[in-house]
Design a protein around this ligand. Structure first.
Ligand code: SF4
Length: 223
């Protein structure tokens, strides 16, 4: 299964940039378009995944990785198996953003937002491919160490069990920072019945540009 970057969504980039609605100037649109193209050209997405059975006490069978926190237990409530996955845009994207941080801070901020939208796209594509692979069973949403009450310290365990560094070239610092930074790790449950999926967020909403809630800095409560 190959990692695929197919799109960097404009609305998602705007959301990462903190845009709250109203017009976007032609100049900003042009900057975003240029940075999107640069990032698409620099990205060399890679991904790894592995399926584990879940034991009754919330461990990944055959490992010492015991899932911590109520949130992940709740997500995997219907699941007997779990997929660990990791994905990255690669080190050239890291270099592109760092070069811009020295030469053009505006570009650096936009490139960073493009990178965040891009790694989301790679993960969405990977999960769509996994969903097709595991059909007719159902996948849960992605859940990453550090979300909710799952401690970030479990990131190191996930790295070890999935052999992330060797397989896709992402390293983990002592403070839990992934390098390249535009990388994601996650757990996805496999269940025998349909799973409730989270709201996909404002960037996917038709009201994104004119939403009165967003203009006030709040949201509609759908998520
Ligand atoms: S209606 Fe809700 S989901 Fe849509 S843009 Fe507004 S706050 Fe976001």
């Amino acid at each position: 299964m190959e990692a695929r970057l197919t799109e960097i969504e404009r609305n998602q980039v705007l959301q990462y940039l903190g845009y709250r609605g109203g017009g976007v100037s032609a100049e900003v649109e042009a900057d975003i378009a240029r940075c999107r193209a640069q990032l698409m050209a620099a990205a060399k997405p890679r991904a790894a995944w592995r399926l584990f059975s879940l034991t009754d006490d919330g461990a990944l069978a055959g490992t010492s990785f015991v899932l911590q926190g109520q949130d992940i237990r709740l997500l995997l409530h219907d699941c007997t198996e779990v997929i660990l996955l990791a994905a990255t845009l690669g080190s050239e994207v890291e270099r592109l953003i760092r070069r811009a941080q020295v030469s053009n801070m505006t570009d650096a901020v936009i490139l960073d937002a493009c990178g965040s939208a891009a790694i989301e796209n790679v993960c969405d594509n990977l999960c769509a491919d996994l969903a097709a692979t595991f059909a007719p069973r159902y996948l849960t949403d992605r859940f990453s160490p550090g979300y909710g009450d799952m401690p970030l310290s479990q990131q190191a365990e996930l790295f070890g069990v999935l052999d992330v560094t060797r397989r896709i070239g992402v390293s983990l610092s002592a403070s839990g920072l992934m390098l390249p930074q535009k990388s994601v790790t996650a757990l996805v449950g496999v269940a025998d019945r349909p799973q409730k999926m989270r709201h996909r967020g404002c960037a996917a909403c038709n009201l994104f540009e004119n939403c009165a809630f967003r203009k006030e800095g709040s949201n509609c409560g759908a998520f």
